[in-house]
Design a protein around this ligand. Structure first.
Ligand code: PMP
Length: 367
């Protein structure tokens, strides 16, 4: 028998057609994708370095600038999920040993703290129970104490259902020479955010939540202050793939006449993202925010009329895109989720990270 003969047969599963069930995606993401966005992703592939692709990327950049309310030139979409944007933000703006401050009131702060720790930053955390709100006074005290180069806050804390206030924090960060990094993966398009007006230095989101595109791309934007810091580093960022020096060229942001090959972007993912940003532009941000608020208000009322308690008590602090319910005592949240999925084809999820341990008593279901 020749060494090159095939000994592993074709797997039987591969000889069956792909099956994907219909699901109502009422978890914190991914969301159901409208046919127009799905169709955009199903278009024929073109090269990632074709001029037509550059045009599409330029459109995406404009769509993100609108969605973020920013004029930042350094605006791109990551080839990767929300985590790619989290790592890109931290890896590019922080150098080994530099101080980073992270507000932890759910899983996303925990994650960013771990990402910063892994790359060798000197990480300080401010901790609250899931859904807790940090006052500007508390934040300023911590900025003064730790003198971080970067401060991280989650705008839409999907693991708790909280929309954290952002006003005034950007100004405090400026005063203390800190870059202000905000996560809007779960909130962009659903809850107002104004990158330029709120002095947010770095902002990112994901494609698969309120933008209603498939998972796999993640818009991110850096302002001039953030660019000053990240392009005047002494050392190269730990990641080649996420190095903004390369990515800014790929997105035509560095003023160079040619875009050089760095990596092959997710062409279909960019088609879909462009279409979802186009829908947001047609609809308008104010209408999108209003719509989410209206639908969420209806849901909150219905749940409360059923006798359920919402996890975030203050209505003004509730995230319109992710509603969290305190699980009534004596109920098993896993069984409830399985029942809803089995009988209604609806996906809802339990708490995550620090909110997981609480689910049996006052856990959460997410819509
Ligand atoms: N931040 C927040 C607030 C999120 O809700 C999520 C996704 N649930 C992420 C970051 C991570 O995004 P991804 O799963 O796309 O990597």
């Amino acid at each position: 028998r020749a060494m090159s003969s095939v000994t592993i047969p074709p797997p039987k599963c591969m000889l069956r057609p792909l099956e994907v069930p219909f699901r109502y995606l009422f978890g914190p993401g991914p969301s159901n994708v409208p046919p127009r966005v799905l169709a955009a992703g199903g278009r024929g592939i073109i090269g990632h370095l074709h001029p037509e692709m550059y045009e599409i990327m330029n459109d995406i950049k404009k769509g993100i600038q609108y969605a973020f309310q920013t004029q930042n030139n350094m605006t791109i979409a990551m080839s990767g999920s929300g985590h790619a944007a989290m790592e890109c933000a931290v890896f590019n703006t922080v150098e080994l040993g530099e101080s980073v401050l992270v507000a932890v009131n759910g899983i996303w702060g925990e994650r960013v703290a771990e990402i910063a720790e892994r790359m060798g930053a000197n990480v300080h955390i401010m901790v609250k129970a899931p859904g807790g709100v940090f006052s500007n006074g508390e934040i300023e005290k911590a900025l003064a104490k730790h003198k971080p180069v970067l401060f991280f806050l989650t705008h839409g804390e999907s693991s708790a259902g909280l929309a954290h206030p952002v006003d005034g924090i950007g100004d405090l960060c400026r005063k203390h020479n800190t870059l202000f990094l905000v996560d809007t993966v779960a909130s962009l398009g659903a809850s107002p955010i104004f990158m330029d007006q709120q002095n947010i230095d770095i902002l990112y989101t994901g494609s698969q939540k309120a933008l209603n595109a498939p998972p796999g791309t993640a818009p991110i934007s850096f302002n001039e202050r953030a660019c000053q810091k990240m392009f005047n580093r002494k050392t190269k960022p730990v990641s080649y793939l996420f190095d903004m020096a390369h990515l800014s060229n790929y997105w035509g942001n560095d003023g160079q006449p040619a875009r050089l090959y760095h990596h092959t972007g997710p062409v279909s993912g960019f088609f879909s993202l462009r279409e979802s940003l186009a829908i947001l532009a047609e609809k308008g941000l104010e209408e999108s925010w209003r719509h989410h608020k209206e639908v969420a208000g209806y849901l909150w009322k219905g749940l409360e009329d059923m006798g359920l308690k919402l996890f975030i008590q203050n209505k003004d602090l509730r995230l319109p895109s992710v509603t969290t319910i305190a699980i009534p005592e004596g109920y098993n949240w896993r069984e409830m989720l399985q029942y809803i999925m089995k009988h209604h084809n609806m996906e809802m999820t339990g708490g995550l990270g620090p909110s997981t341990g609480m689910v049996s008593v006052r856990g959460m279901l997410k819509f």
